[in-house]
Design a protein around this ligand. Structure first.
Ligand code: 2RA
Length: 334
């Protein structure tokens, strides 16, 4: 399979390279793609050097699959061009997520919806993916009515420059400011841009993507917060169900779920933390407890590496699903 990674020099693109190698995708040729400025530079993959190409050149090379993580404007302009040559595009930007005719896929939840007609497939937002991996089994058992979510999002979700701002602040260096405020020793209730309704785009992604992927009837309200952490996103969820639930049954469901690691034992101070989620593909769940202020309501804590299951891993798993369903005919362009 000829695989293009568009945005290969970015944080998610770099993580995609690692995940593709770890998951042994059947690649006959890797096409690393970046801006014209980066074209000609070298990257190492599979022990070999590869030359980065620009989008025009990548299109000429006719990849069978293209993983995009280069921002919404690049996806809007170029994903249709790659789809037009029958390349399967899996896009990590928000460009197509809410398009009615594009699928928004978390393989463990709705991967079976994929068909041979899908040439541009949207990867959900990182904070949505980890939340829905944790919620999907509960929705199946008890039918979720409403979710209140507060996120504590890694600075890596903003990008390399924001990580640099935080590192500079830690070292007392006056560097470029991505945020109008200090990141280190601070929390910013501001992820992405503010909308007319007073919520941020990041908060509305949690609302809208939950309805598209899991169930349009689920009510969601969100507060998305940026924190000076690199390992991953953390989320406090308050989940109200149609009916009562059983904590033992929930724990059993999580133990049996291959995408989830349950870390939940107050007696041993066991709970998920982003420092330990970094570089891992699982979604970590803990702090399970009844909301004693309201019937049929559960509090829980969910952590995942936003660059992994929140972006690169989910994207590669979608490619794997396309192969599994024989939607990608391996070697067609070989
Ligand atoms: C963020 N989810 O964390 C967004 C994009 N990665 O900023």
């Amino acid at each position: 399979m000829k695989l293009a990674i568009v945005g290969v020099t970015g944080m998610v693109g770099q993580e995609m390279l690692k995940v593709v190698a770890e998951m042994n995708l059947p690649i006959t040729e890797l096409i690393p793609v970046a801006s014209k400025k980066s074209a000609g530079t070298k990257i190492t993959f599979g022990g070999q050097e590869h030359t980065v190409v620009d989008l025009e050149k990548a299109l000429e090379m006719k990849p069978e699959v293209a993983l995009f993580s280069a921002g919404g404007s690049i996806s809007l302009e170029w994903a249709p061009k790659f789809a037009a040559i029958k390349c399967r595009v899996i896009d990590n930007s928000s460009a197509f997520r809410m398009d009615e005719d594009k699928k928004l896929i978390i393989p463990e939840i709705n991967g079976d919806e994929l068909t041979a007609d899908d040439y541009i497939i949207a990867n959900p937002n990182c904070s949505t993916i980890q939340m829905l991996i944790a919620l999907a089994p509960l929705h199946e058992m008890y039918t979720i009515k409403r979710v209140v979510v507060s996120t504590y999002q890694s600075i890596s979700g903003t990008g390399a420059q924001a990580v640099k701002q935080m590192e500079n602040e830690r070292e007392g260096i006056n560097g470029e400011m991505v945020y109008p405020y200090p990141i280190d020793q601070n929390v910013l209730p501001h992820c992405d841009i503010f909308m007319d309704n007073g919520y941020t785009k990041e908060e509305m992604k949690l609302v809208n993507e939950t309805k598209k992927i899991l169930d349009n009837k689920i009510a969601v309200t969100a507060t998305a917060v940026r924190v000076p952490v690199q390992g991953g996103h953390s989320e406090a969820l308050n989940v109200n169900f149609e009916k009562d639930f059983d904590l033992t049954e929930i724990r059993k469901a999580y133990h049996e779920n291959p995408a989830i690691t349950l870390q939940d034992n107050p007696e041993t101070n066991t709970y998920p933390m982003p420092l330990y989620a970094k570089g891992k593909n699982d979604v970590y769940v803990g702090r399970l407890r009844r909301d004693e202020s309201q019937d049929n309501t559960l509090n829980m804590w969910v952590v995942a590496d936003n660059l992994r299951k929140g972006a690169a891993t989910n994207t590669v798993q979608i490619a794997q699903k396309l192969i599994e369903k024989k939607i990608i005919e391996i070697g067609r362009f070989a």
